[in-house]
Design a protein. Sequence first.
Length: 406
Amino acid sequence: MRQDRPAEGEPESGLDALFGPEDPAEDPAGDPAGHSAGNTAGSTGGDHTEDPREETAPLPAHRSMSGRAKAVLLAGVTASVAAVGIAGYTMAKPYLMPDDFEGKGSGSVTVRIAPGSSAGEVGSALADAGVVASARSFIMATEQKAVSDQLRPGHYRLRKGMAAGAAVDMLLAPDSRVVRKVSLPEGMRAEEALRRIATQSGLPLNDLQGVDAKLLGLPDYARGLEGFLYPATYEVEPGDRPVDVLSAMVRRFGAAAEHLDLAARARQVHLTPLEAVIVASIVQAEGGRDADYPKIARVIYNRLRGGTPLQLDTTVLYAQSRRTLKVSEKDTRVRSPYNTYLRKGLPPGPIANPGEKALMAALHPAKGDWYWFVTTDPAHRITKFTDKESEFVRYREELNENLGTG
């Protein structure tokens, strides 16, 4: 009887396990009919008699596959699996290994990163500009470098055809950002500030001077730009308009005023918000050291309370659009509402753009009975205070000596 499985203890071959045993018809050692050579025995009379003990092997339910057919089928299955694998890899490749350039690129291109952009949106902007090969490669580079949260809005000068990692590094480099900086020092007048903004930003002076003040978001109590162009350093990007730049400065003043609680504090010193800014502008224009600011504010308040003219050189010079340390008797007679030698009280508006320390001094004046102050040594910013007129006269003489006019 034919055995369809290996003898006990023999391993089944890999092909047989997969496809079944080979067709016995092709086995030269076996009987094509499925019988062994010793299945029949001749009788003494020569007649063939069927042995009742003999069993006929049942026909197989299917014909087994030949060795050659199995090899062909196996090769076909292998090729199919390989084809499916290649197709799957091709489909997955953009997600596993996104397109990327090599090297640091070439040429120059300016790309704008909008405020609030995600790494994906930044990558799309760079890909559209030809900086990187794909947004996905840029996203992966930011994740690998753990800098996704360090991307900042602005205009950047980059190169085309950059590897994503190189583009990330360049985007984070300060020198890559296309920006012009405008720095306004404390105490600068509005007309001086506009000229400085034009020079440092490249914006036309006429356009800056022609901006409608109503578009800047000035406080309700403001009468113009003077006093409200907050001293600070500002960044001007390509495409920024004069109104944008000036609005940023006014907003910065608003933030400082809110921080100092200007409106409420002004009431406590018996001033309107505008008057507080005027006092701060005088304090800023008079100069001296930071520690002198609250004392200067106190002198102003003492004189206002006493009904005495302020008699401040800085207000006279503002009326004349001049800057000098030498003020003559003739200067003090100039006809202007800003001449505090001739008019009592505060001038009608600020005479400079004050910074935070001057604003703070106006809102928190020092305690004292001083009625006069003189910056006796401008080179070293030495200011002396007194409540005696005789000392004031002596301080004026000291100033003239230091200026060489005594």
